[in-house]
Design a protein around this ligand. Sequence first.
Ligand code: C2E
Ligand code: CA
Ligand code: CA
Ligand code: CA
Length: 279
Amino acid sequence: AKETGKGRTVVYSVRESSPPQHDISLEAAMFHAVREGEFLLYYQPIVAARTRQIEGFETLMRWKHPTLGMVPPVRFIPIAETNGLINMLGAWALKAACVQLRQFEDIARRPLYISVNISPRQFRSDRFLDVLDDALAFSGTPGERLVLEITEGTLMVDPVHAEAILGKMAERRARIAIDDFGTGYSSLAYLKRFPISVLKIDRAFIKDLPAAEKDGAICNAVLDLAKHLDLSVVAEGVETEEQLEYVASRGCDYVQGYLTGKPMPAHVAMAALKENLYA
Ligand code: C2E
Ligand code: CA
Ligand code: CA
Ligand code: CA
């Protein structure tokens, strides 16, 4: 459905996620789901490309509906972004993830980091910095253990506002990752302007490696750029040994994908951490 004249929100939802249709029954079910506690967090390992040691986890939201089963985020995040529920869900995810990190670190007995997706609407919310401070204070998680994942689109909508918010995040020592790097509309100039620490190469550029020459050229260019700008790189969606070898041999620091761990509930992630102990 084409929604026009509804203001800025429509621009983000259409560009960033293109919901197939406005599903009113699913939307109603979401409010119910919040009350019933049907939302959960899964954690996907982010590992050092060379050693495969777990360095951190990305927090990924799940909705376990009693009859529909697992509703994928591509279906419910766009709705939450449109109706504003994302602010509440996102605040909960941020706080819960910071608390969970402490438990992961207790098991690993070394510092790890937690990565949390921040939607465009959350990023522009007036309350976002309060939400961030509350999550850090409540959990006791130092800011530098937190990575906030935002997309190029989130930054480019209002670069002046983005610069101010990113400065505040940097004051708290939280790191910024550009999610789905290379897929958005942006100019590389923002890498100079904003305090960014991490680039996440989108799965679109990884999935056909090593055969796809153009994808390989793009990955190489991103890795080169990151090296010169002193940014770390995470290759997303790594599913095969060949893909891992390809990016690792070209200097990629971290990988995340089904090869080294699918998104999993916290208790499974803790078992994975125990097995992955490198003294
Ligand atoms: P994303 O942030 O790019 O997250 C990575 C997605 O790739 C996840 O999908 C993950 O399960 C999937 N993935 C990871 N490794 C592989 C792989 O090797 N192969 C394949 N085929 N897929 C892989 P997921 O969990 O379905 O999430 C989809 C999107 O929903 C996320 O994309 C993110 O944009 C959004 N999302 C998820 N959780 C949250 C959240 O808590 N807040 C916000 N704002 N957005 C979220
Ligand atoms: Ca992400
Ligand atoms: Ca991504
Ligand atoms: Ca993505």
